[in-house]
Design a binder for this molecule. Structure first.
Ligand code: HEC
Ligand code: HEC
Length: 610
């Protein structure tokens, strides 16, 4: 489009208010540095921008056919690996000299966090929704192996010699009606390409996003949410519901050493996301997505303070004993006082971080900008580089920003997305106040909540709009402002399901096709009916006990249930097969007892394909 045409279009769309092109948000999510150059993954604009830090501006960009999710540089700095969003996706190889995609390699569903080995021969990619890691031979440009991991791998790092890959799993796995739920770090031996151990984080450490290796290679840093999911959500001060942590793993022993809280006594540091270390190793940098800050932690002072405290791996105590030790830093909201700077950023929604010279670069998702924070001792300079033209946010975008913002919450302890990461579920149970105390419920995904009233598994709220305002009032302990609440409604209503990883080229597998017949025959379709697979009515399908015994529950939607295990009102069913077998002994939840083992598996596969 010529300049003149674009002015004409802008003027006419302002007058007519209909033909305006939709705003293009960039949503920078990941960043890597090469000298004074930054490569920035624009997660909603199908491109990588190149930022010249010294010049303070975008100096070029690389267009892609899909939205980028993660980046890595090859050790010789000649190739940029860019993972692209979506099912059956790929990793693009970008020729840095030509600033062009020179090839791509098919990987899995929603690939992210590419990591190249130090010899430049192999690349590892996390396939978030296939729950595995693709191993790529970079000479042959082919995938040589897929290694299954625990659940939703979102970040990976290699140790210094490249012999061990650490993989951060976003969510915990297993039933939720239990006392212990944690995300794990899977440890892969890169010679045998096998998972050699899974390191459980402390109870409630979930929602992992980022991970990094310390500059000296001794430690792996993993920020997490630290959910206190065993207590009723009656109050919020002093991190009663959710706190936030940095988990420190011994990279040689491959064991968890300590977990340190990132919050302050009366001020949460919600939703830590990216983590890295300064080039000299003196500062650990963590971004806080929901409070628009970074934590700059003095590494030496931290390790000195931790030294006399028994580490979890060597304390000789059981995990519960260790977790209740008074000197365990995971129990202290003032542990970092005096050895960490909390720096407020100029923008909104920090995510990925990278060190460029003696500055920290932080992607600011909602402001479409990069914040640059000085890491020099005694300096507190902060700059911001715009990645695109400034533009008004529409209601949906604002709603997403408020949904992910802990400033709506008393003392910034949590955003809606703390328990509903990516609008879905944190996979743990919470004892919310809307239906009394002592009856924890599995966190529901909010996909289609506005289209399938009533809401909450008991149907206690007439519609999602009511639950949104109640959430701000009773979970965030704040006064709902109508403008913010209604934009959250608009955002939640706009969220679309992601295609299931069980689909084969977008279609039901043969087994799932047979499963669809069982779904009809066994009567599932009677209640799980219509476009959202719920008739929006309540039934007692004999899944309940305790305080809920015999209560009728609201038929949940089955769209995207592949993503939201564990199942049933209190997360008692770890898998789909458990829903139709272990927890349906008397056929009150569909006539499944007559199905063979194979037919049950087909039924489960169909439901997991929705
Ligand atoms: C402490 C964790 C937590 C936080 C924070 C939280 N929620 Fe929830 N949310 C839950 C749980 C648990 C459920 C399911 C409860 C049930 O079924 O009884 C739920 C259910 C919902 C539902 C009903 C979904 C449906 O289809 O039935 C809506 C809507 C909702 N939440 C919106 C929000 C909003 C908006 C915020 C932020 C203001 C928020 N939540 C913050 C835990 C949380
Ligand atoms: C009589 C109505 C009814 C029938 C028939 C029925 N369901 Fe359900 N379904 C429900 C209700 C009510 C719940 C909520 C139960 C709970 O949370 O404990 C539910 C929950 C589920 C869940 C859990 C979803 C989640 O997000 O936790 C799955 C999966 C499911 N049903 C699948 C099936 C399948 C498969 C069949 C057929 C074999 C079936 N249902 C038959 C009413 C029904």
């Amino acid at each position: 489009m010529t300049f003149r045409n674009s002015i004409v279009l802008t003027i006419s769309c302002l007058l007519l208010a209909t033909a305006c092109p939709a705003a293009e948000y960039l949503s920078p999510i990941a960043v890597v540095a090469d000298g004074q150059i930054l490569y920035v993954a624009e997660s909603t604009a199908s491109r990588v921008d190149i930022v010249d830090v010294a010049g303070g501006k975008v100096s070029g960009s690389i267009s892609l056919d899909r939205n980028p999710t993660g980046l890595a540089l090859s050790p010789d700095k000649k190739t940029l690996f860019v993972t692209a969003d979506g099912p059956d996706s790929s990793v693009h190889l970008v020729d840095i000299g030509k600033k062009k995609v020179s090839g791509s390699i098919d990987v899995g569903h929603t690939p992210m966090s590419p990591v190249a080995t130090p010899d430049g021969k192999r690349l590892f990619v996390c396939n978030r929704f296939d729950n595995d890691i693709s191993v790529i031979d970079l000479d042959k440009k082919t995938v040589t192996k897929r290694i299954p991991v625990t659940r939703e791998p979102v970040a990976a790092v290699l140790n210094l010699d490249g012999s061990t890959l650490f993989v951060a799993n976003h969510l915990p796995k297993g039933a939720a009606n239990v006392d212990r739920m944690t995300s794990v770090i899977d440890v892969i031996d890169t010679a045998t390409l096998k998972v050699i151990s899974s390191i459980p984080l402390p109870n409630g450490a979930i929602d992992l996003r980022g991970m990094s290796l310390s500059t000296d290679g001794k430690h792996v840093y993993v920020p997490s949410i630290f959910a206190r999911f065993l207590v009723p959500t009656t109050q919020i001060a002093r991190g009663w519901i959710n706190t936030h942590a940095l988990n420190i793993i011994d990279a040689n022993a491959k064991k968890l050493l300590w977990t340190v809280l990132l919050d302050d006594v009366a001020l949460g540091a919600a939703n830590p996301w990216g983590v890295t270390s300064s080039a000299d190793g003196k500062t650990i940098c963590v971004s806080h997505a929901a409070t628009h800050e970074v934590s700059l932690i003095d590494t030496e002072a931290l390790l000195k303070k931790l030294e006399p405290i028994p580490a979890r791996a060597t304390a000789g105590l059981t995990i519960p004993e260790y977790e209740s030790l008074p000197e365990n830093p995971a129990n202290s909201l003032s542990f970092l006082t005096g050895i960490r700077r909390r720096v407020k950023l100029p923008g909104n929604g920090p995510r990925g971080v990278a060190v460029v010279g003696d500055q920290l670069a932080v992607t600011q998702f909602f402001s479409d900008s990069i914040a640059l924070v000085s890491l020099k001792p005694g300096e507190s300079g902060i700059q911001s580089i715009a990645l695109g033209p400034e533009q008004e946010m529409d209601t949906v975008r604002k709603g997403q920003m408020f949904f992910e913002d802990a400033s709506l919450c008393f003392q910034q302890w949590q955003s809606c997305s703390t328990c509903h990461p990516d609008v879905r579920t944190d996979a743990v149970n919470w004892d919310l106040l809307n239906d009394g105390i002592g009856n924890p419920k599995s966190t529901k995904s909010l996909l289609n909540a506005h289209k399938t009233p009533p809401v909450m598994i008991t149907g206690i709220r007439e519609k999602a709009e009511v639950a949104v305002r109640a959430g701000i009032r009773y979970i965030q302990f704040a006064m709902p402002e109508e403008e913010k609440a209604s934009s959250i409604d608009a955002f939640l209503s706009s969220v679309k399901p992601i295609p299931s990883p069980y689909l084969v080229k977008g279609k039901l597998s043969k087994a799932a096709e047979r499963g669809e017949k069982h779904f009809k025959k066994t009567g599932c379709i009677l209640c799980h009916a219509g476009p959202y697979l719920t008739d929006m009515e309540k039934y007692d399908v004999n899944t309940t006990d305790g305080m809920e015994k015999g209560k009728e529950l609201d038929t949940p939607t089955l769209i995207e249930v592949w993503r939201t295990a564990p199942y049933l009102y209190d997360g008692r069913a770890p898998t789909m097969l458990d829903v139709v077998t272990t927890f349906n002994k008397d056929d009150r939840h569909g006539l499944t007892s007559k199905l063979s083992a194979e037919q049950l598996a087909e039924l489960a596969e169909y439901v997991l394909s929705l």
